[in-house]
Design a protein around this ligand. Structure first.
Ligand code: WQD
Length: 346
């Protein structure tokens, strides 16, 4: 009997890549998504890759009534992977209530639905943003949680606490939060990737849009940081490696391998890479120069962060297998495929 996984936000960037890995591992997948920041056409991409079109319900999970009636009707979910959330850091600063209302109400509705319909497992999409600017690097899961630099980051921190408290109060719910570092890249088929809706906040989509000529140049936000080349350092992780970690987390929950009923894992490659090094990676894999200029620092940016992934390596049995160049090349291939075959798709 196939385990049935509910993937919220499953037409989004990480969600769609995770749906592919789940289907290829033999899970049955139902995606719910309100399509506010993704496109229904992503289902075509998932089907083209796996041969399976995931079941799909368009839904805003802040609508508890609608969520509960779907859970009542389906009745057989073994686990939920919760991606659905607003995720723009700058937008969260402008519109905090939109972020608190959406990101926390949706989670609380899901947890209430799990309790009511006896769905035992949840994997939550969290973020390294909960660490702020760590004092000590690399960051472990025991590193102190710092006051959030944005309402977006605060919703991730609060969400983890809501899940942890709900697990304690429940007689059967158990959970895992996955703290992503910087997800980048796309599936090697180039049939799915990070949908560029609007002007990208994130570095890699901005690099590939500059590379393809949509943006005149990449602004490098500051080169006066205390880092080897002066530009900020991050732990960039291939999205397919990240997706595979979700499959391993689900497997750990369904097979009762947890040491505690609520666990947290850092997911990164365990190495820091600077913005200039990312530009060099793009130039290496694309064979073309990237037009870029040094600008002032971006408010809210931290200087450097990268993960200690030993806990996920030993406990989840997960390790990032793809290199930075693999990830940047996959992002570049996706950008070219998207512009040629998808953008402008209804
Ligand atoms: C990376 C580096 C920028 C764009 C954010 C969220 C995090 C997660 C990932 C959702 C920084 C520099 C960027 C540009 C640049 N989001 N940069 N020029 O800020 O580390 O993390 O996205 O889950 O929660 O906080 O990622 O890609 O925006 O920036 O120089 O045009 O690239 O200054 O140093 P970030 P990013």
């Amino acid at each position: 009997m196939k385990h049935h996984i509910l993937v919220t936000g499953g037409t989004g960037y990480i969600g769609s890549h995770t749906a592919v890995e789940l289907i290829e591992e033999g899970f049955r997948v139902t995606i719910i998504d309100d399509l506010s920041n993704s496109e229904i056409g992503v289902l075509e991409g998932i089907e083209a890759i796996t041969g399976v079109r995931p079941e799909f319900e368009k839904m805003n999970i802040c609508d508890q009534e609608k969520l509960f009636s779907m859970l009542r009707e389906k009745q057989d979910f073994d686990a939920i992977i919760h991606f659905a959330a607003h995720k723009s850091v700058p937008e969260s600063v402008q519109q905090p209530l939109k972020y608190y209302r959406n990101n926390l109400t949706s989670l609380m509705n899901l947890l209430a639905g799990m309790e009511k319909h006896r769905i035992p497992c949840i994997v939550f999409s969290s973020s390294c943003t909960v660490y702020g600017q760590p004092d000590v690097l690399p960051v472990t899961e025991k590193s102190p949680i710092q006051p959030a630099a944005s309402p977006y980051g605060n919703t991730k921190r609060i969400a983890e606490e809501i899940i942890s408290d709900s697990v304690v109060a429940s007689s059967f719910i158990k959970g895992i939060s996955l703290r992503y570092f910087n997800p980048i890249g796309a599936h090697q088929s180039a049939l799915i990737g990070e949908l560029p809706l609007g002007v990208p906040d994130n570095l890699v989509p901005y690099i590939t849009q500059t590379g393809i000529g949509i943006r005149p140049l990449l602004r490098v936000f500051g080169n006066d940081y205390n880092t080897p080349d002066g530009t900020p350092i991050r732990d960039y992780l291939h999205v397919v490696d990240l997706a595979r970690a979700h499959v391993m987390a689900i497997d750990r929950l369904l097979n009762d391998r947890q040491k505690k009923r609520y666990e947290v894992f850092n997911l990164g490659i365990g190495k820091g890479v600077s913005v200039l090094e990312m530009i060099q990676s793009f130039e290496r894999v694309s064979g073309q120069k990237l037009n870029h200029e040094i600008h002032d620092r971006r408010p809210g940016d931290i200087e450097k962060i990268w993960a200690d992934t030993s806990y996920a390596n030993t406990e989840l049995g997960w390790r990032a297998e793809r290199s930075i160049d693999d990830a940047v090349l996959s992002a570049w291939n996706w950008e070219q495929y998207y512009r040629k075959h998808i953008s402008g798709r209804s």
